[in-house]
Design a protein around this ligand. Structure first.
Ligand code: TNX
Length: 511
């Protein structure tokens, strides 16, 4: 088996030229290299096992088994070992796949996925899912055969950060709704999930030392619906571990000093005039600010960052910092000068919307570019110093922008974004002065002023979230709309089986 695997990985590789309609031609994000092997196929049978060749392989093996069992109806026990028929997950791979890539080799008896880390194995598992027939995604037993085309794949990400963001502040989404979205993004090798946990309209995470934040600030949302719209710390931890089990790191965001009306409505002392603000259920931005001059503001920030950091295993804390239109520039700089050391004190690396980056020389800070122009002097200067930028240009990859003028959901302040528009930019050369090496990755934010249900989330995210995933993962040489559109179109049946309410863009030849 080992000799066969090594032999396969040494083959000359190229883009897929397998038989038409082979699942090898329908992978999103596109793989780095795929070598079809038309002489063989592998069929997953009732006696198959999912074998973990190392302790790190157990989680991805369990995850794969969890996907395959309902639709195949097979037992698919997860076992240690590398010899039985089935899927084998091994730690140890070619150096070129790096820490997050994988190799996948199909043999008549096995699918062998190899990686240096569990993260790489997870990505290989997502590829295997896509190589199997679409009905493998069903939650009920389906008829086989469960055949995988013969191939050797070598694959690794272009960028370290492939992110999705969900705004749970404008409209609240339950733990189960958030998990549903996490499941959907994981399938496209998204590895960061950014939760926008506080804004003018709502405070969504329990802070034990400031209980009114959720009691008052978490009591409503855009439109004025009333409820207990927040996550307890236990629920947040559950989300963190659910994401972790899918190779996803959660990035919590508390937006400040603007976008803070929910906090200002909860505690009078956070306001400069000492008076509570009324709750806000509209959709304006830029009217609120924490009181920059008061000491209590920094006690508040310290407590919030401390409590959230303690239950966040990931390295990042996102401080927002966008659209602080009611905070004078000098105050904004003063505020960030105090807040960034608080984030560091609690062991986290600061991420933020790009406006904050002009206030710091810390090259570990991560600015998230959300502008609509292709030049930004502050971000370019930071990139020159060594900061790595997450790219979320609003006119390209904001999932809350309407597809066209007839789209019922969403906003259009950054324009209409059809699927082809979302695909047609290069994150590594989009922003002047921010080249490939200065880009940490791509993130697709979904703001929820108009988004209320899981069906709404899916309509805006699918298929543009898979677009973002490909821009973040696949080599720039693989990015080609003419080839992407049919690959994406092949996901029609898969989305339907999963009950994903996707936008059937006329630009895409859906199967
Ligand atoms: C701008 S983008 C915002 C959000 C809105 C969004 C709507 C950014 C960092 N701030 O507060 O929800 O536009 O598209």
């Amino acid at each position: 088996l080992v000799a066969l695997v090594l032999g396969a990985s040494g083959m000359v590789v190229g883009t897929a030229d397998a038989a038409p309609n082979s699942s090898l031609q329908e992978l999103v994000p596109a793989t780095v290299e795929v070598q079809p092997r038309t002489d063989i196929t592998f069929t997953l049978g009732a006696a198959a096992k999912i074998q973990a060749g190392a302790p790190e392989a157990v989680k991805p093996a369990e995850y794969l088994a969890g996907i395959l069992r309902p639709s195949t109806g097979f037992a698919l026990p997860v076992e240690q070992g590398v010899s039985a028929e089935g899927v084998v997950l091994l730690i140890g791979a070619d150096a070129r796949v790096g820490d997050h890539g994988y190799q996948l080799d199909v043999t008549p008896k096995n699918v062998v996925i190899r990686a240096k880390t569990a993260s790489g194995l997870f990505s290989g598992v997502q590829t295997l899912r896509q190589l199997l027939p679409a009905k493998v995604e069903a939650k009920t037993k389906q008829a086989g055969p469960w055949t995988v085309p013969g191939a050797s794949i070598v694959d690794y990400p272009r960028f370290a950060h492939r992110g999705a963001m969900l705004d749970v502040a404008r409209h609240f989404f339950t733990v189960d709704q958030v998990k549903r979205y996490i499941d959907q993004i994981a399938a496209f090798k998204i590895n960061y999930f950014h939760l926008h946990l506080a804004d003018d309209q709502g405070w969504r995470i329990e802070i034990k030392s400031w209980p009114e934040l959720t009691k008052i600030g978490g009591s409503t949302e855009v439109g004025g619906r009333k409820g207990q719209f927040w996550y307890s710390q236990a629920q947040y931890k559950d989300l963190v571990s659910y994401a972790q089990d899918r190779n996803i790191t959660i990035i919590p965001e508390i937006d400040m000093p603007g976008h803070t009306n929910a906090a200002l409505a909860s505690y009078a002392e956070l306001n400069c005039d000492g008076k509570k603000r009324p709750l806000y259920t509209g959709t304006d931005v830029g009217f609120s600010s924490l009181c920059i001059a008061k000491d209590i503001t920094y006690k508040f920030v310290d407590d919030v960052v401390r409590e959230i950091s303690a239950i966040t295993p990931g390295p990042y804390f996102h401080i927002g910092g966008d659209e602080a239109l009611s905070t004078p520039d000098a105050d904004f700089a003063k505020f960030m000068g105090k807040v960034l050391p608080i984030v560091a004190k609690h062991g986290k690396t600061t991420a933020g919307w790009h406006e904050f980056i002009k206030t710091t020389k810390d090259i570990t800070a991560v600015p998230q570019y959300w502008g609509t122009t292709t030049s930004n002097a502050d971000v370019a200067a930071a990139a020159k110093r060594g900061n790595k930028v997450v790219m979320s240009p609003a006119n390209k990859i904001y999932l809350d922008m309407k597809y066209n003028k007839n789209t019922k959901l969403g906003l259009n302040w950054a324009g209409y974004i059809e699927v082809k528009d979302a695909y047609s930019w290069n994150p590594g050369s989009y922003l002047s002065g921010v080249g490939e090496n200065a880009v940490r990755g791509v993130e697709a934010p979904l703001w929820t002023e108009t988004i209320k249900t899981s069906a709404d989330i899916e309509y805006m995210a699918f298929p543009r979230l898979p677009v973002a995933a490909e821009l973040g993962w696949s080599p720039s040489s693989a990015l080609n709309w003419g080839q992407f559109a049919p690959r994406l179109g092949a996901f029609g049946p898969r989305f339907k089986i999963q009950g994903i309410n996707y936008y059937a863009s006329p630009q895409v030849p859906w199967q």
